[in-house]
Design a protein around this ligand. Structure first.
Ligand code: HEM
Length: 131
């Protein structure tokens, strides 16, 4: 079955919470750890509690090692349908509107150059008239 990716909805994963399967979501991928429960170094209880849910945050909070992340691949059974996928962390999205920033920029009269130019003109005028 190599190369075949089964698609799940979040509802389907929630319904998979049975004795025969222990399915949950981590970062938009679906895992079934029924065969791993007794081997999990973190104990079977946390995995049973995560069944049917999105365990991304719990998994991340524990700070699983790279070895653990490698091991996960063995238990991956599919991924979420696109509509149910969560976007990557908000902080990774840059909200950048260059046009809005340019519009907020002050015009010449509002900028620091205006008083400087005014001062130079006044100096030239003064020395011309009274110098
Ligand atoms: C396929 C999914 C998972 C795999 C392959 C996995 C694998 C592992 C491994 C190898 C460790 C040993 C420490 C390490 O290498 O980081 C570990 C520890 C642990 N895991 Fe998981 N894990 C999975 C999912 C989860 C989930 C969903 C939770 C919680 C909801 C969880 C909670 C824990 C806890 C509490 C520890 C113990 C940490 C400690 O002793 O400091 N794991 N896991």
């Amino acid at each position: 079955m190599a190369g075949e990716v089964r698609k799940f909805t979040r509802q389907e994963v929630a319904a998979c919470d049975t004795k025969a399967s222990n399915t949950f979501i981590i970062d938009n991928y679906v895992y079934d750890v029924a065969q791993f429960l007794d081997e999990h170094p973190g104990g079977h209880e946390v995995l049973v509690n995560a069944a049917g849910k999105d365990a991304s945050e719990d998994f991340e909070d524990i700070g699983h090692s790279l070895d653990a992340k490698d091991l996960m691949k063995k238990y991956r059974i599919g991924e979420l349908v696109d509509e149910d996928k969560k976007q990557a962390k908000k902080s990774a999205q840059v909200n950048w509107h260059p046009s809005a920033t340019a519009a907020a920029e002050p015009g010449f009269v509002g900028s620091w150059k205006f008083p400087v130019v005014l001062g130079i003109l006044a100096t030239v005028l003064y020395s011309y008239l009274f110098g």
